[in-house]
Design a protein around this ligand. Sequence first.
Ligand SMILES: Cc1ncc(COP(=O)(O)O)c(C=O)c1O
Length: 392
Amino acid sequence: MNYQFARRLDAAPESFLDRLFAVSRDPEIISFAGGLPMTSLIDVAGIRDAAAAVFADEGEAALQYTTTDGYLPLREYIAGRYRSRLGLPATAGEIRITNGSQQCLDLIAKIFVDPSTVVGMEQPGYLGAIEAFSYYQPRIKTVQVTEESPDMKAFSTLCREEKPVFFYGIPNFQNPSGTAYSDAARRTCAEICQETETIFYEDDAFGELAFDGRPRMPVKKYAPECGVMSGSFSKTVSPGMRIGWVYAPGPVIERFDAVRQAADLHPNALSQAVMHRYLTTHDYDGHLRQVRRVYETNCRQMCDLLDDLLTDITHTTPEGGMFMLATMPEGKDSMALFHACLAEKVAVLPGVPFYAEGGGHTTFRLNFSTATEEEIRVGMTRLARAYRNSNR
Ligand SMILES: Cc1ncc(COP(=O)(O)O)c(C=O)c1O
């Protein structure tokens, strides 16, 4: 059978991750390549109790079809948290629940991107976003991100000259680099977006994972009409429940509802009710403090081991999130390192697929939220050995 697939599928990058994960599935491998939250930090008992309460009190409603916009009490909870944590004047009417924040990437692109539409994003940038956007055939234009901000001159030139329909960025503890924008950079991005009427699509998957617990102000705070934000409970409560959200101005929400209904009718009613019950009957802030403490310890340990064992590699020093980016000296190749790592039973993620406009051959991403302290110690020793071997 000759299957006639849509030509636009060819626009998507080859799914690099599947291939890499397939080869690193060996249980003896210590993997820093993935991006899972630590399994032991998922509050299974708490979520089980919340689910039991939902079945007892509102089981029929939670198992029935529901509305496209999402469970109102959960949207109110999220809006309330934006108000209390960040001082944003959010209302439930501006929030829609999605099937993870990954769905926002697809649906936002669906409502804004035609073939050849310019989309701006960070370089390196989140691979899942590059993949999601690619199916709508945009021209992706990137701006380098440093430890403190995107390259502001390039960001300004992009917004003024290329007029992207939106700029997609992760100001808090980016995937893959772990870097965060300074407050000054957030304000400048907001000013430029306002002047040029550019949407700033702010993926805030990691905002609650600042190690010091201090909220960083989103770009949307300084340019409300330009700000489309997404958030997620995947990194903080449970990725398997698939609860994310979009927070956007009314006209965007209206279009979002239309495409969302066509995509999958509505978010998972049971998951939403259980998530809401969990958040409102358990100590979510206490849980977050524990998650941040563990990730900070792991991150510091990984940075120290990189400094001690791999002295010619530079790396970012995240203040939150789940990832850091390491850079080898010029001439080195992260695919060669990846294969040398597999021989030593450790896995890292080559940086190349995070670079939408090419490059990144000397970089690799390290995840510090999955492995235990002991695994990090052993895994980094293996990585150092693999690095020496790959350089022979
Ligand atoms: C930056 C970023 N955005 C979005 C997602 C999607 O996560 P989810 O759909 O589970 O919310 C991820 C997952 O790793 C991510 O790293």
